[in-house]
Ligand binder design. Structure first.
Ligand code: FAD
Ligand code: NAG
Ligand code: NAG
Ligand code: NAG
Ligand code: NAG
Length: 543
């Protein structure tokens, strides 16, 4: 176990990452389509040139609620590069997750794989509904510090209303099965208190959060927020890839995009209209750069015409490092995504997932003789993250013409000593959780007859009070929680109304605007943000 090379660890952590949620093949994945198709058109059916009040780039987690909200008063075109999620039954149900993530990226999968310069494997949504259609589905509202530090003069009553609007449509209260109930007990026994029951708010202690998976396992992603739109005003185009935002001087006036046959279309905005980038934390800075808004030196090196020298586009990219441990457990549990979270005072979080183990028992362990040889094992993942990441990186284009080519992204995990110290503290706390009576029950007997956790990959360091050993563990096991953010920060690239500074008629509304990822998991706040900014725009234009 000691001699894992960095790449072995990466591969292992990838394999045993939380997508090992598959059910045995005897369980069919239910094919229950999401019904929201009213205004969805394939891009090939769109005219070569059109005009709208609002054009939204990216039909993702924030883009869908924004499009719906704006359609109450204005004509809206929502442009999404991915397809209809109904094409991928495995993303529509909790039990299909592992199939989704075992699938290779052939350019048509509902997610795009990328590897950051740090060497960490990562994923972006590429489907109508964006990240909310391929994620783990945990729903929990933003924390106080996010709202305080976002650089936005929030109307907190409107924030509350916007969250509620999202929740009435996509969020369920999970009924905890065996694994999540046990994990919940372990958190409480490990001192992560109080017990906050079920709550969507961010509260210190242990709680059951919301889920966009209902209790049948069906996913309710951002696409379902489109059902609340004014159908007369909304057009959603799928399988269209926006290439450029078009400007007249320093005013955005339209977009150019390709449909799936490679045909070029353009769309323009009416007077007083706007273009909104909701292409996500990778897609939005990428499109600004491709459109000529970014650091002059970078744009010039790619021979891209400079519309506006903006040094901060693509800067301050952050990813919350994932730490934790994976282990094989000697019994079977109901496969489960995250439903419970432990929240510490200083915004350190713990979650757990479990599913059937595709791995055999490591040779250092024995199964009890009374047990059948074909026992079904469980792979359990205990994962954690913290909100405030001080390590910052950057995003640069890898191609001046091809938007489909992943940009070069570097997060510089743990380059700031504060982050490493935070990880050490967190892993130590996880050690407390591992010492609880509930966790004792999932230990297995090794060949010497001692009961131990059957770790897969690196085991938690023996001496958690040895800082350098824990630091080493943090660095060697670093993975992503997929909550990467930044690239178009409020106060740097956009103002407090999410308007691009120095450009007329252009906003950015998605995770690229965050300097801190909101709450334990960001999806709730991204959906809220789409609704919130939409309501603000409607208010501003009618006053
Ligand atoms: C595997 C995984 C698990 C996660 N688990 C959770 C969880 O349990 N809970 C939680 O809260 N968060 C979770 N997250 C994070 C959360 O899902 C994301 O932070 C969130 O979905 C990002 O929303 P967004 O609106 O910023 O971008 P997205 O939802 O990614 O939307 C961007 C959209 O823009 C489209 N797009 C990009 N470029 C173009 C272009 N040029 N032309 C047209 N369209 C374009 C993309 O296809 C995409 O649909 C997870 C993420 C992943 C990947
Ligand atoms: C679900 O949608 C897909 C893609 O649009 C379609 O091919 C399939 O027939 C639909 N299935 C059901 C059960 O409606
Ligand atoms: C293992 O799982 C399969 C599929 O769910 C089931 O048919 C089988 O009985 C299980 N075996 C044991 C030993 O529990
Ligand atoms: C694109 O990335 C590859 C691999 O990182 C690199 O070799 C190449 O130089 C990059 N191209 C540009 C234009 O940056
Ligand atoms: C702490 O861990 C480091 C790195 O693994 C090791 O070299 C050192 O001997 C350990 N110190 C103690 C006191 O155990």
């Amino acid at each position: 176990m000691e001699n894992y090379s960095k790449s072995t660890i990466l591969i292992l952590s990838l394999i045993i990452s939380i997508f090992q949620l598959q059910v045995h093949s005897s369980h069919a994945i239910p094919n229950q389509n999401v019904s929201y198709m009213k205004f969805v058109h394939n891009g090939i059916d769109l005219p070569a040139k059109e005009k709208y009040d609002y054009i939204i780039i990216g039909g993702g987690t924030a883009g869908c609620p924004l499009a719906t909200t704006l359609s109450s008063k204005f004509s809206v075109l929502l442009l999404e590069r991915g397809s209809d999620p109904n094409k991928y039954p495995y993303v529509l149900n909790e039990q299909g997750l592992s199939k989704a993530f075992g699938t290779e990226d052939d350019g048509k999968t509902p997610f795009q794989r990328f590897v950051s310069e740090d060497g960490v494997e990562n994923i972006r949504g590429r489907v109508l509904g964006g990240g909310s259609m391929v994620n783990i589905g945990f729903y929990s509202r933003g924390h106080k510090e996010f709202f305080e530090s976002a650089g936005v003069d929030w109307d907190m009553e409107l924030v509350e209303k916007a969250y509620e609007w999202v929740e009435e449509t996509v969020v369920s209260q999970p009924i905890l099965k065996d694994w999540q109930a046990a994990f919940r007990s372990a958190l409480l026994e490990g001192g992560i208190v109080p017990d906050n029951g079920f709550d969507l708010r961010h509260l210190v202690g242990t709680k059951t959060g919301g889920s966009i998976f209902d209790n049948k396992g069906n996913r309710h992603g951002a696409v379902e927020l489109l059902n609340k739109a004014n159908p007369k005003n909304l057009k959603v185009a799928i399988e269209v890839t926006v290439q450029r935002i078009l400007f007249s001087d320093l005013s955005a006036k339209g977009v150019s995009y390709l449909d799936s046959t490679g045909k070029l279309h353009t769309a323009f905005i009416h007077k007083k209209g706007e273009i909104v980038l909701s292409a996500g934390a990778i897609g939005s800075p990428q499109l600004l750069l491709l459109s000529g808004i970014g650091p002059k030196s970078h744009l010039s090196s790619l021979k891209l015409p400079v519309v506006l020298h903006q040094p901060y586009v693509g800067k301050s990219m952050s990813d919350n490092p994932r730490f934790g441990a994976s282990m094989v457990v000697q019994f079977q549990v109901v496969p489960t995504a995250a439903k419970v979270v432990g929240i510490l005072q200083d915004n350190i979080y713990f979650q757990s997932l479990a599913g059937p183990s595709p791995f055999l028992v490591p040779p250092t362990f024995s199964l009890l003789p009374s047990q059948p040889t074909s026992i079904n094992l469980t792979l359990a993942n205990f994962v954690g993250k913290f909100s405030e990441v001080n390590s910052k990186g950057s995003l640069k284009l890898n191609s001046s013409i091809d938007v489909k080519k992943s940009p070069i992204v570097q997060f510089n995990y743990y380059s700031h000593p504060g982050d490493l110290a935070r990880c050490v503290k967190s892993v130590r706390k996880l050690g407390d959780v591992f010492k609880t009576p509930t966790m004792e029950k999932i230990k297995t007997q090794d060949l010497e007859g001692n009961k131990r956790f059957m770790f897969l990959g690196l085991p938690l360091p023996e001496n958690l009070w040895n800082d350098s050993a824990v630091e080493e563990y943090c660095k060697k096991t670093v993975a992503t929680y997929w909550h990467y953010h930044g690239g178009c920060l409020v106060g740097k690239v956009v103002d407090g109304n999410y308007k691009v500074i120095g450009i007329e008629n252009l906003r950015v509304v998605d995770g690229s605007t965050f300097s801190v990822s909101p709450g334990t998991n960001p999806m709730a706040t991204l959906m809220m943000l789409g609704r919130y900014v939409g309501l603000k725009i409607v208010q501003q234009r009618s006053s």
